[in-house]
Ligand binder design. Structure first.
Ligand code: IVH
Length: 683
């Protein structure tokens, strides 16, 4: 009896399975582990054979081995920066003045309020998709990105590039399917993108849309050998048109060209007005307008800060407001010992989000607002920023509270509290240590205060990206007295963790694995994870580049002040914060030094150039943007400061220089015009 064969024979089926497995294995080594075992050419042979045997094989759609979204971290080859923000007309005018010395052409796009995504294409195929994360490292979300209908898994250009954009959810779809499970479309877009599987109920990525706003090309020396060379466009508007031509959907753009600063500013402001009028017509949420210099060479010249590029500005819609009633104020001790007031208000919806807790920043702010419990208050929420009480409108009336509703339609049943002035605590709400006033802040000075400890541990774990150690586990560890200082984490064993409620062997092993993975770390990361007051990751890196070793950090003293303040962006205050913070924690730092391997960081190169050792302040109208002058001064080794003092070496003054010029003359500081400054740049 003969068989009619519909599919491949057994040998071919086995070969297909084997090829798919090999491709998954080598892709994982290449993309996830960054440790390839075979050459690109050998990989392509496997790929082409699978394609010839089974062109529709799912492994051809997914280059990496299937990985659960969120479980693998991705180092962004091109960091994903943030944007400088503006809300007022004068900030737009300032941006124009600072950027347009050689032409005035901008690309304007709506600022889409979603979740940023980077798509990596290699030989025109989507090989990986990652969230923005910290900007330097994001999470691999390839499998979810592949479900987004307008993300092509193959471009019509077969080269290597990274396409960046925003993933948004159509408002229609959001209100039809998801408004009960998520506060707004942005949260849902982020959740759908990062969820481990669709059944998690966080939203289906196939309901999302991608809009590109940037493309970067992999330099020729790193591209796949068979890929075409990196492309170079003169203007961003050309790269947007090109993206469209290869199958990507860019955010809609207009190009604005002005003839002088005033009409350029006006044209940008007109664009903000156009979007203000059309905001509600857009099918997805937008929270402002992004302006970017169109000319890419000029972008290079202006450069970027660690936070944002200098050639772009995000103008944000004015904040949305609502009124509510202040029900109570809770005081919370944070990681640095600052005791901050959290206002509990009757639930109120502000720009799509139900607000019940808002920050009052510090005791100074409570006093400044003159607020009482039971007051009617104005609450403002600006885009992604935490809601804030900006004003009290005096004692609330019963109707003020009756009209408030939860987002899900439930009526608020709480009662209007009797009017009473806020009680400012004198003792730490956690450990009862007497509080002291430090500027506008109340502070608990007890380093082993349980609230400070738990928050410092969490900060440490987050800084070292130990995702398996969350708030709940940290609280359990502290409550069980297993951890009394951060270094105690490294003395834990698996049995102790398993002894905690709801900690199975698997989770305990995971926690131990994460801790073990951070037993060796460079000084900059160590310093940043300590979370010293006023010292964030950027300053920690700057300090580490000067201090270099843990031993030098431990022995910091007054003598070091001079070299610390010589670091770009470091003044007396932060230098003291560092020294005080370390001295305060000397025992813990010594303990860490015993238990961890804290590796040396290379010394930041000393500046070189003709301006080394001189400080400059720049003022007035010059022929170039001030930022360009500042940048060139720094590149020539000079230090740029923002204020005139007796210590200043040179004031570079343009036309209409005002009070700074007067002050410089009074103090006998040498004043340079632009030409004299230019001459100083010559080596
Ligand atoms: S340009 C160097 N254009 O806004 C950064 N960003 O607040 C280049 N965003 O992280 C970004 N719409 O995710 C750009 N049309 C647009 C945008 C946009 C939304 C997001 C982006 C960025 C965030 C910064």
């Amino acid at each position: 009896m003969g068989w009619i064969k519909f599919g491949p024979d057994d040998a071919t089926t086995a070969r297909i399975t084997s090829l798919a497995e090999q491709i998954a294995h080598h892709s994982h080594l290449y993309y996830n582990a960054a440790a390839p075992e075979i050459s690109d050419a050998e990989f392509d042979v496997l790929w082409d054979e699978l394609k010839s045997l089974d062109p529709e094989h799912p492994q051809l759609r997914r280059i990496g081995a299937p990985i659960a979204p969120g479980s693998v971290k991705v180092e962004h080859r091109f960091p994903m920066r943030s944007l400088d923000k503006a809300t007022g007309d004068d900030e737009v005018a300032h941006f124009v003045a600072e950027t347009t010395a050689r032409g005035r052409r901008f690309v304007a796009q709506p600022k889409l309020d979603g979740s940023a995504l980077s798509l990596e294409y290699r030989r025109g195929r989507l090989t990986r998709a990652a969230t923005r994360g910290s900007g330097e490292r994001g999470e691999d979300v390839t499998s979810n990105a592949l479900r987004i209908p307008n993300i092509p898994d193959k471009l019509s250009w077969e080269g290597d590039c990274h396409v960046r954009g925003e993933v948004v959810m159509h408002l229609d779809v959001f209100f039809e399917k998801y408004s009960k499970i998520a506060p707004n479309p942005r949260n849902l877009a982020a959740g759908s993108l990062r969820q481990k599987n669709i059944e998690s109920g966080k939203g289906d990525a196939s309901d999302l849309t991608f809009h590109a706003y940037d493309v970067r090309f992999v330099p020729n020396e790193d591209k796949h050998p068979d890929s075409p060379e990196a492309l170079h466009f003169e203007n961003d508007s050309e790269s947007i048109a090109w993206l469209r031509s290869i199958g990507i959907t860019p955010a809609e753009e207009v190009v604005i060209v002005g003839t002088n600063d005033d009409d350029t500013t006006q044209a940008l402001l007109d664009e903000t007005k156009r979007w203000t009028e059309n905001r509600n017509k857009a099918p997805w949420e937008i929270d402002g307008v992004v302006f970017k210099l169109d000319n890419l060479a000029k972008r290079e010249l202006l450069g970027e800060t660690a936070h944002h590029p200098r050639w772009a500005l995000a103008w944000k819609f004015p904040p949305e407001e609502a009124t509510s009633v202040l029900l109570d104020i809770d005081w919370q001790t944070g990681r640095t010992g600052a005791v901050t007031p959290v206002a509990r208000v009757a639930p109120v919806v502000v720009s799509g989000v139900t607000v019940e807790n808002t920050t009052l920043h510090n005791v100074g702010e409570v006093e400044r607002l003159g607020i009482s419990i039971g007051d009617k208050v104005r609450v403002v929420r600006r885009g992604d920023v935490i809601p804030k009480i900006i004003e009290t409108m005096g004692p609330a009336q019963p109707n003020d509270i009756k009209d408030r509703f939860h987002a899900n339609g439930e009526e608020f049943t709480g009662k209007l509290p009797p009017s009473s002035p806020p009680k400012i605590p004198t003792e730490c709400p956690e450990c009862s240590t007497e509080l002291s006033l430090d500027g506008a802040f109340l502070r608990c000075s007890n380093l082993s205060c349980p609230a400070r400890l738990a928050r410092s541990i969490l900060y440490w774990c987050r800084a070292l990206e130990m995702d398996g150690i969350g708030e709940k586990l940290v609280d359990q560890l502290c409550e069980a007295d297993l951890v009394k200082t951060i270094p105690d984490l490294y003395r834990l064993n698996s049995e102790q963790i398993q002894g905690l409620e709801r900690m199975a062997e698997k989770s305990a092993t995971n926690v131990m694995k994460q801790l073990d993975g951070t037993r060796e770390l460079p000084l900059n990361i160590f310093l940043s994870a300590l979370g010293l007051p006023g010292i964030g990751p950027e300053l920690a890196t700057a300090f580490a580049g000067e201090i270099c070793t843990i031993d030098a950090l431990i022995s910091l003293g007054e003598d070091d002040l001079e070299r610390l303040v010589a670091i770009e962006g470091v003044g007396d205050t932060v230098a003291y914060s560092l020294m005080k913070g370390i001295a305060y924690r000397s025992e813990m730092v010594e303990d860490f030094n015993q238990i961890l391997t804290i590796t040396e960081v290379a010394k930041t190169k000393a500046p070189s150039g003709p301006l080394v050792g001189f400080s400059f302040c720049i003022t007035g109208t010059l022929t170039r943007p001030r930022k360009e002058i500042a940048l060139k001064t720094k590149m020539a080794g000079g230090k740029v400061v923002s204020a005139v003092s007796g210590k200043l070496d040179y004031l570079v003054a343009g036309e209409n220089a005002g009070s700074k010029l007067d002050k410089a003359r009074r103090l006998g500081v040498t004043v340079l015009n632009e030409k004299e400054w230019e001459e100083m740049l010559q080596p």
